[in-house]
Write a protein that binds this ligand. Structure first.
Ligand SMILES: NC(=O)C1=CN([C@@H]2O[C@H](COP(=O)(O)OP(=O)(O)OC[C@H]3O[C@@H](n4cnc5c(N)ncnc54)[C@H](OP(=O)(O)O)[C@@H]3O)[C@@H](O)[C@H]2O)C=CC1
Ligand SMILES: O=C(O)CCC(=O)C(=O)O
Length: 466
């Protein structure tokens, strides 16, 4: 007997079903507002798919995809440089393994909590599905703040974090990587401790160093991919990035390689930021200035305000917490690449971007636009690349790192970049065609959510009640 013949009872309409599941998610996960937001955006855009597939309703697929398969929360004690004990909280959300081992980054930032990681893990499930590669979705991290800590403190924290996490992960089970506050240094310390405790050298993490199993292009991949996605969106209106003036928020991993690829394609990035402020450089951030940012952020671990001291063409705008908008998004530009954090573009920011003639928004960060901002972009006909599609190049290249590790070989830079580029083209095509097929032409939010969801839902149906 197939599972579908085992399900009794009447089936709710798609709209009623979505409302019921949303209410359930809010009731079961109170105070997790970012998780509610991510779930609402996805579920509401799935209605056209539910209309064609009532079996997803009768099999309670939405109740199941919004509930993590496993949720780990643990104590992370460590000694600081003064010999004092510090205690942080560690998390890993193993959200969905329908199409492969859990895969997704680790975030170390004081704002980290369960709701933020659940939104990230939920988004990751559909993003990973879009990559065309066999990866489930997960996310993890800690409220530990690497900023201002010595290398030794970061190492002791990472070793303590991995001492617990290693019980739950493995190259065929759950493969973490970096995210905010977790770069090459942290992945190194985490990998070293995993290897020590497990006595095995496997591809249990991605974003590894090139000498010990890392893939060329992984550091560049999220930023490059986000620009490739913007290029694909522009192709649909027969335009290119050549000469386009661009805003990039953040100045970390994703921002740095977004700026690099924009320069490769002849665009003109004129602004970036960190959590303290913005630099606006109307003369353009060229390769020399980008090299300065990389050294400032990755080696000196300094603040972006130093850029305006060094380059007199730039103005520094400190963050003003009293403002109801971000002045970065009020700078006149053709394209915006939000690459810092969630909800960094609110409705007022979206209105400012639209008013100033911005025609492209390609999201490097996860969920950088509020629901209101997203709807404003869609209504205004902005070429809007939602995060789970536009920034999927990072995790896709992690998938390529896993493939190289399994095969015990290493591809060239050109090979990996070529595969990344083709994956981004395929993701855009999938989103674009799915949006058309489900009656929402040009709406890549609908395209990405339905495109990512169908593979997950069908795999869950194939695997019985999981
Ligand atoms: N790394 C990856 O491969 C991927 C990352 N992403 C997403 O991209 C975004 C950036 O990640 P990544 O570049 O790796 O992280 P990094 O830690 O390398 O850089 C983060 C940047 O964003 C700024 N930032 C972080 N939090 C805030 C905040 N609350 N307000 C203002 N600015 C903030 C940081 O400023 P400061 O230094 O002052 O904190 C820094 O400039 C995140 O949303 C992440 O989830 C998505 C896909 C893959
Ligand atoms: O490379 C990975 O596994 C994780 C990337 C990530 O965290 C993300 O896509 O948000």
């Amino acid at each position: 007997m197939s599972l579908s013949t085992m399900i009794p009872g009447a089936i709710a309409t798609p709209r009623t079903y979505v409302n019921e599941v949303l209410a359930l998610v809010k009731a079961k996960n109170p105070a997790e507002k970012e998780f509610h937001q991510a779930v609402q955006e996805v579920l509401e855009s799935l209605i056209p798919a539910l209309e064609r597939h009532p079996e997803y309703i009768s099999h309670k697929i939405l109740e199941r995809v919004t509930e993590p398969e496993r949720l780990l929360m643990f104590r992370v004690p460590w000694f600081d440089d003064k010999g004092e004990i510090q205690v942080n909280r560690g998390f890993r959300i193993e959200m969905n393994s329908a199409i492969g081992p859990y895969k997704g980054g680790l975030r170390f930032h004081p704002s980290v909590n369960l709701g933020i990681l659940k939104f990230l893990a939920f988004e990751q499930v559909f993003k990973n599905s879009l990559t065309t590669l066999p990866m489930g979705g997960g996310k993890g991290g800690s409220d530990f703040d690497p900023k201002g800590k010595s290398d030794n403190e970061v190492m002791r924290f990472c070793q303590s974090f991995m001492t617990e996490l290693q019980r739950h992960i493995g190259p065929d089970t759950d493969v973490p990587a970096g995210d905010i506050g977790v770069g090459g240094r942290e992945i190194g310390f985490l990998f070293g401790q995993y290897k020590r405790l497990r006595n095995e050298f496997t591809g249990v993490l991605t974003g590894k160093g090139l000498n010990w199993g890392g893939s060329l292009i992984r550091p560049e991949a999220t930023g490059y991919g986000c620009v490739y996605f913007a290029e694909e969106m522009l192709k649909t209106v027969k335009q290119t990035l050549e000469g386009k003036v661009c805003l990039v928020s953040g100045s970390g991993n994703v921002s740095q390689y977004t700026i690099e690829k924009l320069l490769d394609l002849g665009a003109k990035p004129i602004a970036c930021s960190d959590s303290n402020g913005i630099i606006h450089d109307p003369a353009g951030i060229d390769r020399e200035k980008l090299a300065y940012i990389l050294d400032l952020k990755n080696t000196k671990r300094g603040r972006i305000s130093d850029y305006a001291e060094k380059f007199k063409t730039a103005k520094y705008i400190p963050v003003d917490p009293k403002l109801d908008h971000n002045p970065l998004w009020d700078i006149k530009a053709d394209c915006a690449f939000p690459s810092a954090t969630q909800n960094e573009i609110n409705a007022k920011d979206a209105k400012n971007l639209i008013k100033n003639g911005c025609k492209v928004v390609s999201e490097g960060a996860n969920m950088p636009s509020t629901l209101e901002a997203t709807n404003l972009f869609l209504e205004a006909g902005v070429l809007y690349g939602p995060a789970k599609a536009a920034n999927a190049g990072g995790v896709a290249t992690s998938g390529l790192e896993m493939a190289q590790n399994s095969a015990r070989l290493a591809w060239t830079r050109e090979e990996v970049d070529h595969r990344l580029h083709n994956i981004m083209i395929a993701i855009h095509k999938n989103c674009f065609e799915t949006a058309e097929k489900y009656g929402k032409p040009g709406n890549l939010v609908v395209g990405a959510n339905i495109g990512g969801f169908l593979k997950i839902a069908d795999s869950m149906l194939d695997q019985g009640l999981v």
